[in-house]
Design a protein around this ligand. Structure first.
Ligand code: SAH
Length: 216
């Protein structure tokens, strides 16, 4: 933990500037989300060669042509998902593990399951989470489109790769009153938040203008 404090210190100014920027542009409004971002310094989730870019508000390549998501987008998706202590969450597309770490912080004693199709990225994410001592997250190497029926239903589902439409299999694994967020579309996506209700799925939010790597 001392190690973490010391290392965050080195990047403190850049982190503070990024946080201010996200607040000023309306992407960060919830102090719980701010805390979760601060507790999971982004440079822990980047390869050595690009750690110095960790506090840029942009996606950054990690490996296998995949990227760690843009901080303002991670913040917005986390806020929209309206996470509560103790919830069980499924993430599709572990990538670096950064979003997963933030979700893990948000649910406290709850649990995150995250699925990644690239073995090397799944291992990278696993190591990054271990380095921060995160214990309530499980990384699974596999096809996220299938979800994780044996652990369903989930209170929350977050898809962090662009899908043409939200996979029905994942919608089926959502708990009643649960929320699912996903970037939907081809070149440019809309961020869509839906809720499962006794009368069916209801769209809560839909905002254009996001770009994610594709769900394959
Ligand atoms: N959440 C990540 C960023 C995700 S980038 C982070 O915080 O860093 C999207 C990820 O989805 C990529 O790592 C990509 O390999 C993965 N992906 C794409 N299609 C997938 C699928 N069908 N199943 C699981 N992972 C998938």
């Amino acid at each position: 933990m001392n190690f973490l404090k010391k290392n965050t210190g080195q990047y403190q100014l850049k982190l503070d500037t990024l946080i201010d920027n996200m607040k000023n542009t309306g992407f960060l409004t919830d102090s719980r989300v701010e805390h979760a971002i601060r507790q999971n310094p982004r440079h822990y989730f980047l390869p050595e060669s690009s750690k110095n870019r960790a506090y840029e508000n942009s996606p950054i390549p990690v490996m296998k042509n995949q990227t760690i998501s843009q901080p303002s987008v991670v913040s917005r998706m986390t806020e929209w998902l309206d996470l509560k202590e103790g919830q069980k969450v499924l993430e599709i597309g572990s990538g670096s593990g950064w979003q997963c770490a933030i979700l893990a912080k948000m649910v406290g004693k709850g649990k995150i399951f995250t699925i990644e199709r690239h073995d090397s990225l799944a291992n990278f994410a696993k190591k990054n989470l271990e380095n921060l001592g995160i214990k309530n997250a499980k990384i699974i190497h596999g096809d996220g489109r299938l979800g994780l029926p044996e652990e369903s239903p989930f209170d929350r589902i977050m898809i962090t790769a662009a899908c043409k439409e939200i996979p029905k299999t994942l919608m089926n694994q959502l708990a009643m009153d649960g929320l699912l967020i996903a970037p939907v579309g081809e070149d440019i996506q809309s961020l869509i938040l839906i809720r499962k209700t006794p009368k069916g799925f209801v769209e809560i939010k839909n905002q254009k203008g996001y770009v994610f790597v594709p769900l394959l």
